[in-house]
Design a binder for this molecule. Sequence first.
Ligand code: SF4
Ligand code: SF4
Length: 313
Amino acid sequence: MIIPTLPANDVTSSSLVFDIKRYAINDGPGIRVTIFFKGCPLSCIWCHNPESHSPTVQKMYSRDKCIGCEACVDACEQKACILTADGIVTNQELCVLCGKCAEVCPTKATEMSGEQLMVKDIMELISREKSLMDESGGGVTFSGGEPLMHPDLLIPLLEECGSRGIHRCVDTTGLANKELLLQVAAKAELFLFDLKMMNSEKHLNYTGVNNSNILNNLQMLANTDVDIIIRIPLIKDVNDDDQNMNETAEFIAALPGKRREVNLLPFHHAAAKKHKKLGQSYDPSVLGEPTQVRQLEIVDIFKQVGIQASIGG
Ligand code: SF4
Ligand code: SF4
């Protein structure tokens, strides 16, 4: 992969963002603004944000919010929206993702996921929250999807935030070009680094990629000065077994540098509604949350190697 040459503080750079969350309290210290970039190199089957996977704009539709007014049908110049007995159906071959149907929908039954935003747009929003961030010891978190897939936007944003004294956190899958990761680490105070499972073949089955680059990148990042919190999703019968948890704890304990904090994130079915809105199938019986007893046993596995793990984060 070639690292793009980036002009410093190019406020006209833009990229696709699918959400901006204000008052975020689970994405790093204090009260934060979290920017969610669209597009991810992984496709984890348990992902809470399935709309983050695709690097392109997507149309989302909620049947239960639709009042059948046909405003979207009238607005669509491509004749791609059709009102049926099952609600609005979109002809994907005709749809050009222009978003006109979403603009006129009075109930937000139709929405578009993904908006092209520039550095200056995002900095304007961040600046409005600066006093709250300062008072709470918070800052900005760049998340996704994978924020490192968007260096043209991410790097100028990190530089802009840095020049204004705003705490910067990057929430990553860890699958990124090494040089870019180091470049970003030098411009951030904290990484939230996702670690799914140690068995590479299983990792490939559940996420679409093997884990060798991710593990190598975590080891490399641990050699820098940036703070790292490792975040592990806990999914029943997928990665919560003793073998995986022991191997994960030992891997983290062996990382160079200071002791790392671990956040364990029990799976929940929050994504079910989003899959439906995207027209994707979702089987709730496939994935589950480990019991509270099991969660505490896992905390103990980390404790045995001297690592403080907490549920949530
Ligand atoms: S996004 Fe545009 S082309 Fe697609 S259904 Fe809506 S109005 Fe029609
Ligand atoms: S505009 Fe919205 S509420 Fe009206 S028919 Fe279309 S999707 Fe349903």
